[in-house]
Design a protein around this ligand. Structure first.
Ligand SMILES: [Zn+2]
Length: 651
């Protein structure tokens, strides 16, 4: 998923913190080497400066007894009812060999109608639903006979099902038909399918889906290229995936091929823009394959969702869900597609075993995304992306240190009794990526690529814990190359280690120098910048410029910049987001109509959260009231994920 939670324009480096971290590093390094010799996966973390080992892994976010009996395949019979906004379903689970009298599934907000056992002849069985937890939902305990092969759960979703976003026609581009999409990650699949909802279990699936005949259904599986008149669609996903990657989207869409094995689904209104924006998709797949080997999911398509989609993209296998804000008009936000494509290796092929290991999905993916960008557009562009990420990371570390969970700047998280979404911060994404960049720099690219290619090969279609990864890293890379590297410091300790690689970009430095001159009172559009247009620089260069501008600047200067570059009115969301935050902090209220329109149109959490946060934090008269009033107008267009995050910010 591309998310990136916390960021604003202030960047402060924290040398003190790093100094503090240096204590005990040598001791931890020794422990790391010693424990790396063991073969059993163990959990470990630091408490009061000491290394604490815990029990062999289990997933605290699932009630399921998947280690005793597990689903190997699920077939879904789904009837999607847009009049009631309900899915009526049967989940037919094929179970592993077992010797137990109970199978436990995860559910949240589902109505269970009946449960039967058997394939051709079904016999009803008893079940019980345990206590409901606000985050995890409830265990669904099904009575079975030892050796039971098939369990069929008849159910329907409820109005509160968190995974489903039912959109009225007004929220689509065509404004004629309703639209539905699912979001399973992290633990929301259980709210639309009764399932063992843990990434530790990989399953295959198939589905028969009925939708209104004017709409098409698509899944993270083999997909139809066009609508059929009956509204019945059959799907097969033959590669085993974790439950969070089961996905469904229903709407009035058409397909356009972009290459021999890739294409894009979108509403007809967006077709031409999509074809322009994503023209490089086939080349991008080739570039990725050149780095880490074969793409193993056959087809790679995108589906462009409506604006309420809370993330930049979601890596549902074979069918990336993408936010329409990526259609920037100048292909400048294509790195999000590189990110989702990279998940076809990191995340989808090799998956984090629990949500505490989320960095294994996202850190690897941000690293790989940047490598794809480098292969496609050159090192300069890749470095520009990395520098902006680094700025975001430093800000996030600072914010997290001041939050209720300062320990969340560790890569390996402790999310027991917490929402796994809490772990979806720049730490997993960017600190994770910088760990890999730092390692690459130590061993050299050729060796590091060889290591990662083997890692993907030898763990394909498996899940992995942080501890198993560290063992593999020691055995295959660090020990053979005689490299001393303190992985524990990176993984189990807060903050950013001092050996983190530094990446520079002259183009960004130039933009920052320009901003500094503006801050010191120089005329804005002078010298080489006299006739500059927004299209003369890439998105990240404008971000660097805006982030460096001082909130002390007068509204006259800010408005002069705006009227020359049309930032409030016409820039893409990445630029607008930074621009609005600067203007909030500068107390410039002229931009408010643009900001309001933006917050009503866009539901992508990363972009809107930082704006609401800035309005709450500014302390300026009327800002919080404006935020509350705008949220009231906008919230019906937000997905549950964004809505609950913004509610948290405003309260
Ligand atoms: Zn991601």
């Amino acid at each position: 998923m591309l998310n990136s939670v916390i960021h604003n324009e202030t960047i402060i480096f924290r040398p003190l913190l790093i100094e503090k971290q240096m204590k005990n590093i040598y001791l931890l390094f020794l422990i790391s080497v010693l424990t790396s010799i063991s073969c059993t996966p163990i959990n470990k973390h630091i408490e009061d400066g000491k290394l604490v080992k815990t029990d062999p892994i289990s997933d605290s976010h699932s009630y399921s007894n998947h280690s005793e009996i597990r689903t190997t395949h699920v077939h879904l019979d789904l009837d999607v009812n847009f009049e009631k906004n309900i899915i009526y379903g049967i989940a037919r689970h094929k179970m592993s060999e077992n010797n137990v009298s109970e199978a436990i599934f995860d559910i949240k907000g589902l109505k269970i109608k009946k449960i039967t056992l058997g394939k051709d002849i079904e016999v009803e069985t008893d079940f019980a639903i345990g206590e409901i937890d606000a985050i995890k939902g409830a265990p669904l305990k099904v009575n079975i006979k030892p050796g039971t092969e098939y369990i069929n759960i008849y159910y329907q979703t409820s109005k509160d099902t968190e995974a489903l976003d039912w959109l009225t026609p007004e929220l689509t581009a065509g404004k004629q038909y309703p639209y539905l999409y699912t979001q399973g990650q992290a633990i929301l699949t259980r709210s639309w399918i009764p399932i063992q909802d843990t990434p530790m279990n990989r399953i295959t699936y198939s589905a028969d889906v009925t939708v209104p005949s004017e709409l098409i259904a698509l899944m993270s599986a083999n997909n139809p290229k066009e609508k059929n008149t009956e509204g019945h669609y059959h799907f097969e996903m033959k590669q085993a995936i974790p439950a969070y990657l089961i996905a469904l989207v229903v709407g009035d869409m058409e397909y356009n091929a972009l290459g021999e094995s890739c294409g894009v689904y979108s509403e007809a209104e967006l077709t031409e823009q999509c074809k322009y924006e994503f023209v490089d998709l086939q080349k991008m797949i080739k570039a990725a394959e050149n780095i880490y080997g074969e793409y193993r999911w056959d087809q790679y398509d995108l589906v462009i969702l409506p604006y309420s989609f809370p993330f930049g993209g979601m890596e549902n296998p074979r069918l990336t869900f993408a936010n329409p804000t990526l259609i920037a008009g100048d292909r400048s936000l294509i790195s999000v597609i590189a990110h989702e494509l990279a998940h076809s290796w990191s995340g989808n092929l090799v998956t984090n075993a629990t949500w505490n290991d989320f960095w294994l999905n996202e850190g690897f993916t941000v690293y790989f995304e940047n490598r794809i960008m480098e292969a496609m557009y050159g090192k300069e562009i890749a470095d520009i992306n990395a520098v902006i990420e680094y700025q975001d990371l430093l800000t996030s570390i600072q914010d997290i240190e001041q939050s209720d969970h300062p320990e969340d700047t560790q890569l390996k998280l402790q999310l027991e009794n917490r929402n796994p979404d809490d772990g979806m911060t720049d730490i997993a994404y960017i600190k994770g990526a910088f760990l890999l960049r730092t390692l690459e720099n130590l061993v050299g690219r050729v060796k590091f690529d060889g290591f990662l290619t083997n890692y993907f090969d030898s763990h394909a279609f498996e899940t992995i814990t942080t501890e198993s990864f560290v063992q593999y890293l020691n055995k295959k890379l660090l020990i053979p190359n005689n490299i001393k590297f303190d992985t524990d410091e990176w993984i189990y300790r807060p903050g950013l280690p001092i050996n983190c690689i530094k990446i520079n970009s002259q183009r960004l430095l130039d933009m920052e120098a320009w901003a500094d001159r503006v801050n010191s009172g120089e005329e804005v559009f002078t010298g080489e910048y006299k006739n500059i247009k927004r299209a003369d620089r890439v998105t990240q260069e404008w971000q660097a410029f805006i982030r460096k501008l001082s909130p002390e600047l007068s509204t006259e200067v800010l408005n002069e910049i705006d009227s020359n570059l049309m930032l409030s009115a016409e820039a893409n969301p990445a630029i607008k987001s930074d621009w609005f935050i600067l203007n909030i902090n500068a107390g410039n209220k002229i931009i408010r109509p643009f900001m309001e329109a933006y917050l009503i149109k866009i539901g992508r959490r990363w972009y809107i959260e930082s704006i609401y946060q800035a309005l709450v934090d500014s302390g300026l008269k009327g800002d919080k009231e404006f935020a509350l009033a705008t949220f009231e107008k906008a919230k019906n267009g937000y997905h549950f994920v964004s809505k609950s995050t913004i509610e948290g910010v405003l309260n």
